[in-house]
Design a protein around this ligand. Sequence first.
Ligand code: KIV
Ligand code: ZN
Length: 525
Amino acid sequence: MTETTKQDRVLIFDTTLRDGEQSPGATMSHNEKLEIAAMLDEMGVDIIEAGFPIASEGDFEAVTDIAKNSKNSVICGLARASLRDIDRCMEAVRHAARPRIHTFIGTSPLHRDITALTMDEMADKIHETVTHARNLTDNVQWSPMDAIRTEHDYLCRVVEIAIKAGATTINIPDTVGYTTPRESADIIRMLLERVPGADEIIFATHCHNDLGMATANSLAAVEAGARQIECTINGLGERAGNTALEEVVMALKVRNDVMPFTTGIDTTKIMNISRRVSQVSGFPVQPNKAIVGKNAFAHESGIHQDGMLKNKETFEIMRPQDVGLSGTSLPLGKHSGRAALRAKLEELGYTLGDNQLKDLFVSFKELADRKKEVLDDDIVALMQATGADSQNEVIKIKHLRVICGSEAPQTADIILEINGVESHCTVEGDGPVDATFKAIKTLYPTQARLQLYQVQAVTEGTDAQATVMVRMEEDGLISTGQSSHTDTVFASAKAYVNALNRLIVRRGKTAPNADVREIKYTDAS
Ligand code: KIV
Ligand code: ZN
């Protein structure tokens, strides 16, 4: 027995840098591997499988340097069932305070065919290679690759040979992600019952996720007696990946009532390492990925958001802080209710009365119908667009339709309500914004000069809100208007009209009798 009491402690063996790095396209640089290894060590991973030293010079150097820099974790290297592989592996891991050699051979009929070894020849090879590894270090792990599809009698036989040859950990890989929770448990139970010496070593479970059952299969193996889980950050790995470290660790923490096992992992470091592994491997984390997905602690529907605001436990089985997030996110979208909008406004520093909130909620729902997610900036933009200025609206846009495209002329068709009276015109211009501004000026002639017209996308995506800022000047009076909308031309029209409305108010303030000039309506259509 090596690192555990075998009662309730489950060792976490991370193979992000070996099996994870085997994902097509997930190659990491030397420095990135060192950085990830340091993070794994820091978060309390018991064993780090740092690479496959004989595979390449780069792998050898990475394992060597990770071993040299290791602090608490055991540093493990992978080796095939060959004396040369094992020697090379030892050369790299020997720099660690706690080195481990992990040697393996495929034992299922399919693998025996490939290696062209009979059962007996393979048994001899296992004895020879494990003995050799054990002569180099007292921490030896042995894996019968494709154990799940290996005949049970033969599996028991080779496991016994490996134990007798000195293996201290026996790993049972589900190399092709084929097993089920019950079978995974049954195999561990069978080995514990049938193999002499099985109670003296640690059984490990190593699951791939081809059928989406890697986490369930690993936990079932633990319940049956395995005390080491092999896993990767974000479930990175060959094909559908390996068991995700964050899933098994959090499952054991959250459901400790039914699975009374502990790990040494500081779970608050999970999010950080998940993001870093995603960055360096170039494998984005799917938004709905358990524990580390962007939506794992996000609640959008009105009922859920309301419940969360009243009592977080209604819809949250673990605290976001436990995985290193600052808190729950209640992203606003079309399913959100008024309670969530009020909470968001308060978070952004706005306190609204009930009626103001009611009005804003209408604009918010309109926006949410057009946008997938309403971001903080969208809310700020909505607040600006529907702010106190709306009480001073002399001019209101009732309708705007603009024809634009490659065929000139661009045309704006607009209806404005000015002091309660509607008027309409259709005006051509040099582009849609020019046509729109000319149309507004046609219905509300003014000497004001446009000083600034600026468009900015305040949120991301093609459905982003554009914020348009307009500044105009008239007889030394400066007025600005701002508006946001997913339609940039409409936002421009509103910003222009906002600036005009403010100008009218300012005129009134500086010249009390001249609040609204006489308006001559022109219909240019
Ligand atoms: O999946 C597997 O069988 C492996 C072995 C090398 C342990 O990764
Ligand atoms: Zn594997």
